[in-house]
Design a protein around this ligand. Sequence first.
Ligand SMILES: [Zn+2]
Length: 107
Amino acid sequence: MAMFLCDKHGEVVASFVSPNVASAVNAGTDLDVLTITINEGFGTSRNKVDQAFVAEIVSEGLLSADSLTGISEESSWEISCRLAPVCAQCLAEWVSLQQARIETTSS
Ligand SMILES: [Zn+2]
């Protein structure tokens, strides 16, 4: 399990997200996120990514556009190589802020 040193939370478990999501979490800025599912052969993982990242990996044939799931173990591995680590706690806090923002916008 990968660890991450966070300024706010200390040494914590790392979550892997797309580079744009990592930047948004660290900067506290808004970004629409999608959850993809990949399986490199060691079990499935769910990762928060942005729409541009999804469009890129779908166009390269690595991700199914319908299920947002890695096409194969090899394509899942290629996707995971492009993900960046963030603090799991900062990510959870940021995701709940994003969800609150979406609920406020849609009501
Ligand atoms: Zn943190």
